[in-house]
Design a protein around this ligand. Structure first.
Ligand code: HEM
Ligand code: HEM
Length: 193
């Protein structure tokens, strides 16, 4: 028999970061072709949020730190085998697959933001990369295509992210979405951290 108790996992900064990011991403994606001012503001916001999260991954609370959830490919393999083998290893913070996804999302969001800044500089002659407009190669239309590809790859990753959250919630028998809202997980006491 296992004793259950509520354990604090995600600090308020992580939760606020996550749901602000979700809202900003939806607005940025939908406004991309339509409302440039709104798009640029939400794009900058996303860049700032990612910057904050990287800093918080170094100096933040226990489960927010990269050192708590970035694991070796071997640990990731073992975790995935345990997950689909029906006896999932339990982690209080991000599990190894979740941790890998966090890194992938932060990298893709960075690339999307940077390519957005480049389009803004090269095409609109604005923002910190406005100097690109003067360069014949980088000032071209192709940067817009690159930005669009980055944005769409990020969307694909997000779909996998959401599927991963739902599948591991089911297989672990715990509601990960609720945990990202309330900050707590209902966990057995024999925790593996
Ligand atoms: C409504 C859709 C979404 C749901 C339900 C959702 C849910 C979650 C959950 C439950 C976690 C924690 C996973 C774990 O327990 O290991 C998480 C983490 C994360 N999600 Fe989402 N997510 C959604 C959309 C997004 C979007 C659109 C983005 C990116 C733009 C995103 C980026 C992230 C990141 C970066 C983390 C890591 C959080 C941290 O450690 O700071 N998510 N998400
Ligand atoms: C992660 C954040 C971002 C997402 C998801 C995103 C997404 C998009 C999308 C989907 C488009 C439409 C592409 C097309 O069909 O042509 C677009 C266009 C554009 N984005 Fe972003 N973007 C982001 C960040 C930024 C940033 C930070 C900037 C600049 C500061 C920026 C500047 C632009 C510009 C100038 C366009 C071209 C608009 C036009 O002239 O039609 N984006 N973006």
């Amino acid at each position: 028999m296992s004793i259950h108790q509520d354990v604090r996992v995600w600090d308020p900064a992580v939760r606020l970061f996550h749901w602000t990011l979700v809202a900003a991403f939806v607005i940025a994606y939908l406004s991309g072709e339509e409302i440039l001012d709104l798009h640029v503001v939400t794009g900058y916001l996303i860049g700032g949020l990612v910057g904050f999260r990287v800093l918080w991954g170094i100096i933040g609370t226990r489960h927010a730190r990269f050192s708590d959830f970035v694991r070796s490919p071997r640990t990731l393999g073992e975790y995935l085998r345990s997950l689909f083998g029906g006896r999932p290893q339990h982690y209080l913070g991000h599990n190894p697959a979740g941790g890998a996804m966090v890194v992938a999302l932060l990298v893709m969001l960075t690339l999307t933001t940077l390519s957005g800044l480049a389009v803004y500089g090269g095409k609109e002659l604005a923002g910190p990369m406005a100097f690109l407009a003067a360069t014949p190669v980088l000032g071209g239309e192709w940067l817009e295509g690159l930005h669009e590809v980055c944005a769409n790859l990020t969307v694909a990753l997000i779909l996998v992210h959401i599927a991963g959250v739902l599948v591991s919630s089911l297989l672990h028998g715990e509601n990960l979405v609720r945990a990202m809202i309330t900050g707590t997980k209902r966990s057995p006491q024999h925790e593996q951290v």
